[in-house]
Ligand binder design. Structure first.
Ligand code: RTP
Ligand code: MG
Length: 139
């Protein structure tokens, strides 16, 4: 069950720039089924907890500031091989290094403001999905 799901956020930069519709279109066209979705805004505490793995990194403060500055769309996606296929669809963290046609190549500004999040493992997909959604919000 868990292994065919991933978790994503459309980050504040992409929401501000009006890219929600285009990004969801790329996601569903690539064969991902949306099983949970919400429009929400992270508190500072939410962002610090969500990205706790990066708390010693020099960009942590900037990352928390960025991720809390406006609303996001969070979603759980289902597809065979979801985690790996979604990371391929979004492209490299730095849009300058992202492949043509990837979501970050198309919509990201730079390595910090990079339009979307994608879980990096099945284990983290399950943790991150549960962070954002209760069982009753997943269909
Ligand atoms: P994400 O977790 O958001 O899907 O991104 P990722 O796996 O591709 O990259 P990760 O290393 O997990 O970094 C998380 C987010 O932190 C910001 N970042 N800024 N200024 C910088 O050097 C820098 N490096 C990373 C980005 O928003 C990145 O997506
Ligand atoms: Mg990551």
């Amino acid at each position: 069950m868990v292994t065919n799901r991933t978790f994503t956020m459309i980050k504040p930069d992409a929401v501000e720039n009006g890219h929600i519709g285009a990004i969801l279109e790329k996601i569903t066209s690539a064969g991902f089924k949306i099983v949970a979705m919400k429009y929400t805004q992270l508190s500072k505490r939410d962002a610090q907890e969500f990205y706790a793995i990066h708390k010693e990194r020099p960009f942590f403060g900037e990352l928390v500031q960025f991720m809390t500055r406006g609303p996001i769309v969070s979603a759980i996606l289902e597809k065979d091989n979801a985690v790996e296929d979604f990371r391929a669809l979004i492209g490299a963290t730095n849009p300058e290094e992202a492949a043509e046609g990837t979501i970050r190549k198309l919509f990201a500004k730079d390595i910090g403001e990079n339009a979307v999040h994608g879980s990096d493992s099945d284990e983290n997909a399950a943790i991150e999905g549960a962070f954002h959604f209760s069982g009753r919000e997943i269909y």
